[in-house]
Design a protein around this ligand. Structure first.
Ligand code: COA
Length: 318
């Protein structure tokens, strides 16, 4: 597969750290030094599905592909207002596609999981084009009284259109079952038969330090795996596009890999952690600025609840 179009969309409302310090016992200084985040876009009067549709439309327009020639849609989403139908099916109707659709929950690694599935679908089904859209609203998972979590997140959507090609040079998907490090549980409709305590509503719970440690370790291992598999030297990669969770995680991976900072682009200061949308949003911003060129090697790496992690090595080509 290869990427021929990118798109993104974020909520209008921008919340900076000083605005958070008016409603929480926190400060710009704490958030900036611990995370690198200065601002984030937060859902107010939007619906996530509208951002998913806008990002998809932008990616399709850039690709020049007729929506009727898109043969599969994958939407990466952790949770939204819609439990069913899948967000991908709503995007399908809105952008004028007629094809199979599926949502996947690969947590913050969902974009790379979706690219890997899409690549397999080109081979197994002979698809012509595939739309991958990542749409996330993690600011609606957190307890807004828990300062350690709510300051980290932002909302948004990023999309890519893929066509046939051999530009996915290597990928790696992993999961180490551990629901203690990040969990978000929602209550479903009550039945007369349920046992007390089974059906709970619980905002996102996270062991930040453990996630930090696991993320740095997993990301380096995954990146080295795909580089070795493809026979590519670390310094030959133009950009390492890492999941935008915390600038200190990105810096730590960069330092452990002994590579220059300019190879590790970052949008975390302006967007916060937008879960699986973080890499495709960054990819779209860089693409539209003309920073991605034919032949560039691009490594992706992400990690999240599960504990899942994933990496991929791509050759950029229009
Ligand atoms: N503002 C001010 N103080 C805060 C705060 C906030 N928003 N959140 C926590 N604190 C306080 C804590 O209460 C603690 O105070 P204490 O020392 O008096 O007990 C202190 O800051 C240190 O907290 P700690 O949790 O040890 O900070 P940390 O340096 O580990 O940073 C994270 C916390 C969450 C920023 C960091 O662990 C992290 O980024 N982890 C990864 C999270 C992540 O990326 N998750 C998504 C994965 S997809």
């Amino acid at each position: 597969m290869k990427i021929i179009g990118t798109g993104s969309a974020v909520p209008e409302h921008i919340v900076d750290n000083n605005m958070l310090s008016q409603i929480l016992d926190t400060s710009d200084e704490w958030i900036t030094t611990r995370t690198g985040i200065q601002r984030r876009h937060i859902m107010s009067n939007e619906y996530l599905i509208d951002l998913a549709i806008e990002a998809s439309r932008n990616a399709i327009a850039m690709s020049g592909v007729n929506p009727k020639e898109i043969d599969f849609i994958i939407c990466s989403n952790v949770a939204s207002n819609y439990v069913t139908p899948a967000l991908s099916t709503i995007v399908e109707g809105a952008v004028g596609c007629e094809c199979p659709c599926i949502d996947l929950n690969g947590a913050c690694a969902g974009f790379i999981y979706a690219l890997d599935y899409a690549d397999a679908y080109f081979v197994s089904r002979g698809a012509r084009n595939i739309l991958v859209v990542c749409a996330e609203e993690p600011t609606r998972f957190v307890n807004w009284k828990q300062r350690e979590n709510c300051v980290l997140f932002g909302d948004g959507a990023g999309a890519v259109v893929l066509t046939r090609g051999n530009n996915l040079l290597a990928s790696r998907l992993r999961s180490i079952s551990n629901k203690e490090v990040i969990t978000y549980r929602r209550r479903l409709e009550r039945t007369p038969y349920e046992t007390e305590g089974v059906n709970v509503d619980e905002p996102l719970i996270m062991n930040g330090r453990e996630v930090f440690r696991m993320a740095v370790t997993a990301s380096q291992q995954d990146l080295m795996h795909v580089l070795e598999h493809a026979g590519v030297a670390p310094q030959d990669v133009k950009y390492y596009m890492l999941h935008q969770a915390n600038q200190r995680i990105i810096d730590s991976i960069q330092e452990h890999m002994h590579l220059p900072q300019k190879k590790f682009p970052s949008i975390i200061a302006e967007y916060g952690n937008t879960s699986s949308a973080s890499i495709p949003i960054m990819m779209d911003l860089m693409n539209r600025k003309g920073e991605l060129h034919d032949g560039d090697l691009i490594a992706l790496s992400a990690f999240g609840a599960g504990f899942v992690s994933a990496a991929a090595l791509l050759r950029w080509a229009k």
